[in-house]
Design a protein around this ligand. Sequence first.
Ligand SMILES: Cc1cc2nc3c(=O)[nH]c(=O)nc-3n(C[C@H](O)[C@H](O)[C@H](O)COP(=O)(O)OP(=O)(O)OC[C@H]3O[C@@H](n4cnc5c(N)ncnc54)[C@H](O)[C@@H]3O)c2cc1C
Length: 461
Amino acid sequence: MSFGDVRRVAIVGGGVTGLTVAYRVVHADPSIEVTVLEAGPIPGGKLRSVAVGDLVLPAGADSFLARKPWAVELCKELDVSLDPPGATGAYLWTEGGLVPLLKHAPFGIPGDVGDLFHWPGLSGAGKRRAAQDLVRRARKGDDDESLGSLLRRRFGDEATDLAVGPLLAGLYAGDVDRLSVRATFPDLVAWERAQGSLFRGSQATSKLARRSQLGPMFVRPKGGVDRLTDALAEHLGERVRTGVAVTAVDRGRVMLDGGATVETDAVVLATPAHEAARLLGAALPSVAADLAGITYASTGVVLMVYPDGTQPSLPTGTGFVVPRGKAPMTAATWLSSKWPDESYGTRAVVRCYVGAVGEEDVLDADDSDIVQACARHLAAVVRLPDMPEHSTIVRWPASMPQYDVGHLDRVARIRDCLPPGVVVVGQAYDGVGVPDCVHAASDVAEQLVADVSTDREETVP
Ligand SMILES: Cc1cc2nc3c(=O)[nH]c(=O)nc-3n(C[C@H](O)[C@H](O)[C@H](O)COP(=O)(O)OP(=O)(O)OC[C@H]3O[C@@H](n4cnc5c(N)ncnc54)[C@H](O)[C@@H]3O)c2cc1C
C-alpha cells in the first residue's frame, strides 16, 4: 500500500473504521486535509443506539473484546471510560433447557477432558467422539479449510453442530462449513499443529491466561458503545460530513450523490465490501468483482424490555447461544445483567439476535411475529412473561461479511490490484469485531502519514 504524495485524504464511510483512520491521521499530521464522507445522518455506522420504550439500547455492537487491545487503547486515548461486564458465563440452548457453557474453555473448548465428560450438553457418544481429538493425527498441509472441516475432524459432528460451532460461527452469523478457519480462528490451526490436539491447545492457552491474570474478556464504553464513535467524531469536528453519499470513486476523484465531486490524493474506502465494489465498479471492474465476492449475511436484533421485577428471573450469566435452526434466535444477551444500567431499574432487558447465513428468511416476517417467536422461546427456558412490555427490531441487511474459505487470498489479491492512492479497510477484510477494525484503521493511517513524511524528506534539497 503506497499513497504517493498525499496532502488530501477522503475517507468514505464514517463507521468506527473510517473515523479511526481520520482521527489517527489528523492526530499524527494536522497538516493533512482529511474529509470523512458518511451517507447516513449520523456517524458511527454499526455502533449506534435505539430507543425502546423509555430506554436507549444498543442497536448494533454492544461491547468489544478487551483481549484484542486496540479499541481499549483508543478509548483510553480519547478519555472514554470503560465498564467491565456485570456478569460472566453463558449458556447453550438444548432441547432440555439451558446448559451452562464450560468455564476455562477458550473458543468453547475445555482444557480438561474430564470437564467434557461431566457436561450435560452432549450425548455419551458425542463426548466419546470428541475425546478422540486427543489421539487423532494432526492434519498435514498448509492450505485453508473450513472451520467445520477442522472441528468435525477433531471432535465429530455432534460437538461441532451442538456445542463449539454455534459459539464460533455465531460470531460471524456464518456457516461453520463455509467459514475459513485461517481467517476466523487461526489459533485453532496453531493448536492442532503445535499440540496435535485442540484440547491440549486449550489447556496450554488456559494455563497461560491464568498466569497472566487477564482482565475481563469484554468491555463497553460507559453509557454505550457508541460513545467511542461520538468521541472520534467530536475530535474530527467539521471534517466529518454526514448525509453525503458517495456514488463512484476514480482514483483522485470522489463523485457524490447530486453530482458534486471531491478532489483528493488518497481515498480510503471504509464501507462494506459490496459498497466498495459498487463505487469502484466502473474504474476497476476486476477488483470490484473480487470485492463483490465477499458475501454478507443479513441479521437483526430484537430488543425486549420486560416489566418491573423481572430482572431476578434471568439466570446468572450473560445469555445463551443456539445451535443452528433450533430456535428463531441465534443467540440472546441479558443486557440488564451483562451491562447493567440504573435506567433499567428491576426490569429484565434482553437482546435476541436473529438471522445468519441460510437463516435469513426469519427477517422477512412481520416485526410482531418475530418478537412473539423470540419471546415465546425465551419464556420456555427462562421465567419471563410471554411477551415483553416494549420491543423494537433493528434489521441489519447484508451486515456480516462472510470470511469463507480462501478469504485471506482474496483480500491479498484485492489489495495487490488496487492502484496507489486507493485503499479498502474495515469489517470486511481483517477481522469482524470493533478491535480489529480499529487495528486495521490505525495501520492504514500510519502508512498514509509515513508516506507523507517520506515524500517530504525526499523533497528537502
Ligand atoms: C448486530 C451486530 C452486532 C454486533 N456486535 C458486535 C459486538 O458486540 N462487538 C464487536 O466488536 N463487533 C460487533 N459487531 C461488528 C461491528 O459492529 C463492526 O465490526 C464495526 O462496527 C464495523 O465498522 P466499520 O466502520 O468497518 O463499518 P460500518 O459500521 O458498516 O460503517 C460503514 C459506514 O459506511 C457508510 N457508507 C456505506 N456506503 C457509503 C457511501 N456510498 N457513501 C458514504 N458512506 C457510505 C455507512 O453508512 C456506514 O456508516 C456487530 C455487528 C452487528 C451488525
